[in-house]
Design a binder for this molecule. Structure first.
Ligand code: PMP
Length: 353
């Protein structure tokens, strides 16, 4: 039976990518597995270089002073790495959810943080607007897509200071002017590959401006100078990211996938809005195209609905504990057909109720 994987991350990846990745585990180079050859060998150095340049190419950032790195420690390590590398006196953070909150907490270890806006009191069901970003701060940090709450920034401010963005859950999913951002980071395990590596894309000229000593593993400049191979990189995760980015490029890049993502989002949200049994969690104008969060109007239907979607081969639909209800994560590799299956189950529930 076909599975429809709506997991929030780790999540669905293209089947062709998983196929190729599994072959490389057996025989990547001359009868040896990808995970048993040296990361300094030419075949792997080529993978790393290809992955780094594909990331810049897909984002339209080639030749614009940016470098791409594949680091370890998850997006969570970026919360502190950003602060260590950029925070001298004060930074401004937009608090739009659990992950922004954690980023703020980590940065506060190093210096003063000012929340330019927050939707915490509404349990993060919207994106704050109309906030000011002070010109004399070191940087502004935001989270483009809030995986848990299902909100997504549809507009980004004109920041007078370097703009840093956690794009863990919507990287490569929609066209943006990525050159507005000075540092982008994203854990691999949504739109790129398996957990274990984090993409960092940084404009080189924002680095080297803080007075503190930065531990080597935390220093972007060191990772850049070593071609993202300061220490042994997570070879398998980087390889899968490279394959996924190649898959996306062959599809027609971000422009092509954005059209698919728009169709999926329109379909699920129109069902949520038209079906009286369901209610969307995020305010309409800030709805995420990656994670649609919704609840049942009548909790008594939960058992029936849960049995129905499981029966249809759907996986990973339960909402995060801080929101409850359901979350349909529709990352790049999830097909429109899978969303159609979910929508059919939702409308079948309506006809049964
Ligand atoms: N930021 C966002 C937006 C996320 O969705 C997540 C993980 N779901 C993280 C950060 C943390 O990522 P990691 O687990 O790779 O540290």
């Amino acid at each position: 039976m076909k599975k429809h994987n709506f997991s929030a991350g780790p999540c669905v990846l293209p089947k062709s990518v998983i196929q190729k990745a599994s072959e490389a585990l057996i025989n990547f180079d001359d009868g040896l597995s990808l995970i048993e050859i040296s990361h300094r060998s030419k075949p792997f150095v080529d993978v790393m270089e290809n992955a780094r340049s594909l990331a810049l190419e897909l984002l339209g950032l080639e030749g614009k002073g940016y470098k791409a790195l594949f680091l370890q420690g998850g997006a969570s390590s970026q919360f502190l790495m950003v602060a260590l590398n950029l925070l001298e006196k004060r930074a401004g953070y937009l608090n739009t959810g659990t992950w922004s909150d954690k980023a703020i907490k980590e940065a506060k270890i190093y210096d003063d943080i000012y929340e330019v806006g927050s939707s915490k009191s509404a349990n993060f069901n919207y994106i704050p607007k109309g906030y000011d970003i002070p010109e004399d701060y070191d940087y502004f940090h935001c989270t483009s897509n809030n995986t848990i709450f299902g909100t997504q920034m549809q507009h980004f401010p004109e920041s007078p200071i370097p703009m840093v963005c956690d794009m863990s859950s919507d990287i490569f999913s929609r066209q943006l002017d990525f050159s507005k951002f000075d540092l982008i980071y994203a854990g691999a395990q949504k739109n790129m590959g398996p957990a274990g590596t984090t993409l960092v894309v940084v404009k080189e000229d924002i680095l080297g401006k803080v007075s503190r000593k930065i531990p080597s593993m935390m220093d972007y400049k060191i990772h850049i100078s070593k071609g993202s191979m300061f220490n042994t990189p997570p070879v398998f995760a980087v390889y899968v990211c490279m394959l996924t980015m190649q898959w996306l490029k062959d599809l027609g890049g971000i422009k092509a996938i954005e059209e698919e993502n728009d169709k999926k989002a329109r379909l699920i949200y129109s069902e949520i809005d038209l079906n009286p049994l369901f209610k969307g969690y995020a305010v309409k104008e800030d709805r995420s195209h990656m994670n649609a969060t919704f609840t049942l109007e009548n909790e008594n239907l939960k058992e029936t609905f849960d049995a129905m979607w499981k029966e249809a081969g759907i996986n990973g639909l339960n909402g995060h504990r801080s929101v409850g209800g359901y979350r349909a994560s529709m990352y790049n590799a999830l097909s429109l057909d899978s969303v159609k299956v979910l929508v059919e189950v939702m409308s079948e529930l309506e006809s049964k109720a």
